[in-house]
Design a protein around this ligand. Structure first.
Ligand code: ZN
Length: 215
């Protein structure tokens, strides 16, 4: 089963993909990890990608696609793959379809893990950091004992620029601008499965497995 994971920041896409990989016994390939592995192994493609990153440029599609091609040829992908973070554009989607076809494979589903903007902002802006010792708290999953105060050193807690609701809303907006054409594309292809990210991690995973069984 070849799957693509889609979802805005904060929806829990990566967590769900990792759990699903264990459930289905197929690899979870996040595009960031793919780059890191290729760099570490100093493969030709890894070094090519690095030369772009060192210049602060985007790695061109053909390099990324060649890396995915290499990864797909490994024997652990015989039963399928869960792609996370790729494709990001319609051009990449078309290239992926072609390269899967070369190997006699198709995309079986695009799983779109969704949540309301308010919920995403609530989750993503829940991180607070200690100004003094840099300890990190999460108001939802790991709150400090006393509001605004570090448990470890008593220092003042603050939100880093990345975690401020306004920045978070902007990140979500950028995601939608980039991804809505992909969502439309997979919907038109009849491959889109939308899962609401609510009711806890295990509940979401159960909904995904149920949806895949009837897909
Ligand atoms: Zn502290």
């Amino acid at each position: 089963m070849n799957l693509i994971m889609l979802g805005p920041p904060g929806a829990g896409k990566g967590t769900q993909a990792a759990m699903l990989a264990v459930q289905l016994g197929i690899p979870h390939v996040a595009s960031g990890d793919l780059f890191r592995e290729a760099l570490k192994a100093e493969t030709e493609l890894g070094l090519t990608a690095k030369s772009y990153m060192d210049r602060g440029e985007l790695v061109p599609d053909e390099v990324t696609i060649a890396m995915i091609r290499e990864r797909l040829l490994k024997s652990d992908c015989d039963k399928g793959i869960i792609l996370d973070g790729f494709p990001r554009t319609i051009e990449q989607t078309k290239a992926l379809t072609e390269l899967l076809a070369e190997q006699g494979k198709t995309i079986d589903a695009a799983l779109f893990i969704d949540a309301s903007e308010d919920e995403l902002v609530r989750r993503l802006s829940s991180r607070w950091t200690c100004r003094n010792c840099q300890a990190i708290y999460n108001l939802i999953s790991n709150p400090p004992r006393e509001k605004g105060k570090c448990d470890v050193c008593g220092g003042e807690l603050y939100q880093r620029a990345d975690d401020v609701p306004e920045t978070v809303r902007n990140r979500i907006r950028v995601y939608w601008d980039q991804t809505s054409p992909l969502i439309d594309y997979y919907r038109d292809e009849g491959l889109l499965i939308t899962i609401e990210s609510e009711g806890g991690i295990d509940h979401v995973q159960a909904k995904i497995l149920e949806a895949l069984q009837s897909a």
